[in-house]
Write a protein that binds this ligand. Structure first.
Ligand code: KIV
Length: 269
């Protein structure tokens, strides 16, 4: 069975072909996402909110992440389509030392993850290097990092002033240099999304980071219009027009590939 790899995503970036990522937490949706030809699945710690009903991601444990990664990996293996790359989140506190990071990343890889995702900035560089040297591929989540949103003034746009934007550009440079195979950039102005994507050799996956990133990710429940309350600007409900879950997943993949999502109204110009 064909498998999407990090090298394939890098080749897509080099050809200027955008790819999509969606979160999944269970086998059924993982199969549907694979069937829809979405290149990458994120087993996000957003499951703390979407599945467990918490108000934030900080309650999510390694046991939760291992359990949901196993469910998603089983679902992906049931699809006849090319297998999406599975990225699994390292939850809050699971990578404060390099030894903890390696032990916990290995648990996620054993559960079926192809790449582990870590939230943070420059402090992550030694952790990324340690994992990469041991053959554990890392995605670094920058910009708005939900696990530490309180330190960032809440769920708000990051990298607005030149100093903050320069810090994020520098983090991207240092983390790529440390070995990060993917970068994920959340909630920054379009211009910064463009700068980071153009300045990185590895694919940059955006969420609320404008139209110029190499890929776009959304939380599954958001793109199916299932999230109650106020929605972030970058969220688009693809189910409303598509009518079925399968058609919504396909529409999201197509909109990302063709560059029609995100549109101006989903961006922080
Ligand atoms: O946990 C998650 O779903 C995420 C996305 C918001 C990118 O990190």
């Amino acid at each position: 069975m064909l498998q999407v790899t990090v090298s394939k995503l890098r080749a897509l970036k080099e050809k200027g072909e955008r790819f999509a990522m969606l979160t999944a937490y269970d086998a059924t949706f993982a199969t549907l996402i694979a069937d829809a030809g979405i290149a990458t699945i994120l087993v996000g710690d957003s499951l703390g909110m979407t599945v467990q009903g918490h108000g934030a991601t900080v309650a999510v444990t390694m046991e939760d992440m291992v359990y949901h990664t196993r469910c998603v990996a089983r679902g992906v293996s049931r699809s006849d389509a090319e297998r999406p790359l599975i990225v699994a989140d390292m939850p809050l506190g699971s990578a404060y030392t390099v030894e903890d990071a390696a032990r916990n990343a290995a648990r996620l890889v054993r559960a079926g993850a192809n790449v582990v995702k870590l939230e943070g900035g420059l402090w992550l560089a030694p952790v990324v290097r340690f994992l990469t040297e041991r053959g554990l591929p890392v995605c670094c989540h920058m910009g708005l990092t939900p696990q530490t949103a309180d330190m960032l003034g809440g769920f708000r746009l990051q990298g607005r002033g030149e100093e903050d934007a320069a810090r994020i550009r520098e983090e991207a440079r240092v983390l790529e240099e440390a070995g990060a195979r993917l970068l994920l950039l959340e909630c920054v102005p379009n211009a910064l999304g463009k700068d980071v994507s153009e300045g990185s050799s590895v694919p940059v996956i955006g969420i609320g980071a404008g139209p110029s990133t190499d890929a776009q990710v959304l939380v599954l429940h958001d793109m199916l219009g299932l999230t109650p309350g106020r929605k972030a600007r970058f969220v688009k409900d693809f189910l409303a027009d598509a009518g079925t879950v399968q058609a919504a997943l396909a529409a999201f993949g197509k909109a990302v590939a063709e560059g029609t999502y995100p549109a101006a109204e989903h961006c922080y110009g």
